[in-house]
Design a protein around this ligand. Structure first.
Ligand code: GAL
Length: 649
């Protein structure tokens, strides 16, 4: 780990994603000057440039990249150079079709776009090391190279899990290492069910083509394996870059709510995390109601964005992050692609900073005139004139945005294996791990508090309130870890807490397994609610999921008042620990408000779309709605705008 160039000593900065190879070289000098004039500092390049860097096996063409980097440097810009492994060249695929990923239906995916590789392929891994070494040897100590981005958006286009023969062979070896004996694997997977017992690791297939749904423990291990393959692939690149590019930082641009690999694991050797923010696309693909989608179609919805900012602050080890790609106009990949509202690009940039970003880098410089993304915007239009987003960037004043690390008092716990276990058997159509997490996150944000998203096993000292919205997997070690914080913090658990063992099975003692002493209750019944069915807890309407408890030391704060769970506890309190079994936004919000009040923390009542975030000595008020809003202090905030209040003298 090195001191990060985006660390607190560096001022907040802006950047851009740029593809010099897509434009005539005569335009490059003017572009570099224009970037500088717009106030940009960083330029990310080359993540899809492998076939230009190495047009034939072993023949490298550095001339164009040398010239592009030198021009950027001469204009005073700092380069973020990428390993180009997200887009292996056609000649490599032709020579080694075994590097291709296979889809869930058991077919090889083909050349002609990007991300067509399987990280479990030993052949691809060797080529990844080779091209990374070549690039880092050439530019590792170039004075203009500030740092590195590895690859591009791991998992994009459903590529985190490959069902190839290479993956199958590697999975068998991985299982043999993990379990040592088939008997142990059989016990962990519960293969006694449906006659699934194995007598040889080589009998085990990938879990994509089973007749009925695969054994969930088999699936969970395959997800862990796939994540391990990506982490190993990634760590190999990082080791090469560390050796050949001393003093430069390394990051990766993760994606919004991507969940097919363990981001903490894949990020653990990075200096900080980065992610790519496309707020209007996030709304189109969200589960928001049609009226909320209409309301936020041109601005994005702040919690869908803010959650990812908070997540990547945590994924990067609790360090300021970058938005490596920030939407700067309309996108091209959603079902429709609404033009962002005036002011949205500036609002997104300010929000990112307030959630802990030290750099926001826009996607992309000039709108492409060719290929898949021809309808995607850039800071410049196709015809090279400055587009709406570019004008907003030119007008941004970021001088008061200091890059202090965040101070947060409230933690929201997160873990990818918990997500995999949850989503493998959601048991209710509208239930999913992310939806349940967002129920709690939204509640906290509407109460006006800032939230740190932390891995469930991380050091949680200093947090006053710890919220574990969907902590399905809990073993003895995790239960002991969490119990350590009970004397000093309030802890709130959501439904299904401790419902699973690390293998994804139910604890023989039932839910919540080893958490029972901490929670002071045990699961009694659960109720998966289809969209047309609800139950009540007093005046609260519960949808999607309801679980009831039998008390074991705790007291019932709320009981179900209708449905088959009527009269049974829905919320249990045990010392400073509260367990909420009912899926209801209002109930969750009221219970969290009461926790904060007990801790003496003032709360607000912010409507959807209006949010407040704090960084350093500053408070940022944000209005993502199309209306003028009145803030708690009686002042107003125009539609799609922000206000920065500073407590500094
Ligand atoms: C990102 C990707 C970029 C570009 C962009 C378009 O997911 O990293 O290369 O495709 O989307 O919005």
């Amino acid at each position: 780990m090195i001191a990060s160039a985006s660390g607190p000593e560096e001022p907040f900065a802006l950047g851009v994603c740029y593809y010099p190879e897509q434009w005539p070289a005569e335009r490059w000098p003017a572009y570099a000057q224009q970037m500088r004039a717009l106030g940009l500092t960083y330029v990310r390049i080359a993540e899809f440039a492998w076939s230009l860097i190495e047009p034939e096996p072993g023949r490298y063409d550095w001339a164009w990249l040398d010239a592009a980097i030198d021009l950027l440097a001469a204009a005073g810009l700092r380069v973020v150079l990428c390993t180009p492994t997200a887009a292996p060249p056609a000649w490599l695929v032709q020579a080694h079709p075994e590097i291709l990923p296979w889809d869930r239906a058991g077919r090889p995916r083909t050349f002609g776009s990007r991300r067509h590789y399987d990280p479990a392929s030993p052949v691809y891994r060797a080529h990844s090391r080779r091209i990374t070494t070549a690039l880092a040897t050439r530019y590792g100590t170039h004075p203009a190279v500030a740092g590195w981005q590895t690859d591009n958006e791991f998992g994009d286009h459903d590529t985190a899990r490959s069902y190839s023969p290479a993956a199958r062979d590697a999975f068998r070896l991985w299982l043999a290492e993990r379990y040592e004996t088939v008997a142990d694997l059989n016990a962990a997977w519960g293969t006694v069910f449906w006659s699934q017992q194995y007598s040889d690791f080589d009998q085990i297939d990938l879990p994509n083509l089973s007749v009925a749904e695969p054994n969930p423990a088999h699936a969970l291990d395959f997800y862990r394996f796939s994540s391990d393959m990506l982490a190993r692939f990634h760590d190999e690149q990082i080791a090469i870059l560390r050796r050949l590019s001393p003093g430069r930082w390394i990051t990766h641009n993760f994606m919004r709510l991507q969940h097919d690999f363990d981001h903490y694991q894949v990020a653990h050797n990075l200096d900080f995390a980065a992610w790519d923010s496309y707020p209007t696309g996030a709304v189109e693909y969200s589960s928001l109601s049609t009226s909320d989608k209409r309301r936020f179609a041109r601005t994005g919805e702040p919690d869908l964005i803010g959650f990812n900012h908070d997540l990547y602050y945590g994924v990067g080890g609790g360090r300021p992050f970058w938005v490596m790609e920030q939407q700067a106009g309309q996108i091209n990949w959603a079902p429709s692609n609404a033009l962002p509202a005036a002011g949205a690009v500036a609002l997104w940039t300010a929000q990112a900073w307030a959630h802990g970003a030290n750099v926001v880098s826009y996607f992309r410089w000039r709108a492409a005139t060719v290929a898949q993304e021809a309808l995607h915007s850039g800071l410049l239009r196709h015809d090279e004139t400055l587009d709406r987003g570019g004008e907003e960037v030119a007008a941004l004043d970021t001088s008061a945005w200091d890059t202090a690390p965040l101070q947060r008092e409230f933690a929201l716990l997160h873990d990818y294996a918990c997500l995999w276990a949850y989503d493998e058997q959601p048991h209710s159509a509208a239930a999913s791990y992310w939806e349940q997490v967002m129920l709690f996150y939204r509640a906290l944000r509407s109460l006006g508090v800032d939230v740190a998203v932390r891995h469930a096993d991380s050091d949680l000292s200093g947090y006053r309130l710890i919220v574990a919205p969907a902590l399905t997997i809990v073993d003895e070690a995790r239960a002991t870890h969490l119990a350590r914080y009970a004397p000093s913090a309030h802890i709130v658990f959501g439904p299904r807490a401790g419902s699973r063992t690390p293998s994804g099975n139910i604890h023989p003692s039932g839910q919540p397994g080893p958490l029972a002493d901490l929670l002071g209750c045990r699961l009694r019944n659960f109720d998966g609610l289809p969209p047309w069915l609800s139950v009540e807890v007093d005046a609260y309407t519960v949808t999607t999921w309801a679980e009831s408890y039998q008390l074991a030391g705790g007291t019932a704060l709320h009981t179900y008042s209708s449905g088959p769970l009527s009269g049974q506890p829905a919320v249990v309190r045990h010392g400073g620990v509260t367990t909420i079994g009912a899926w209801c936004a209002e109930l969750v919000r009221d219970l969290l408000a009461s926790e904060l009040q007990q801790l003496g923390i003032p709360t607000l009542d912010l409507p959807m779309g209006v949010r407040v975030s704090r960084r350093g000595q500053s408070t940022l008020w944000q209005n993502f709605t199309p209306e003028l809003v009145t803030l708690p202090d009686g002042t107003t905030l125009a539609p799609v705008s922000y206000r920065l209040d500073s407590t500094r003298s």
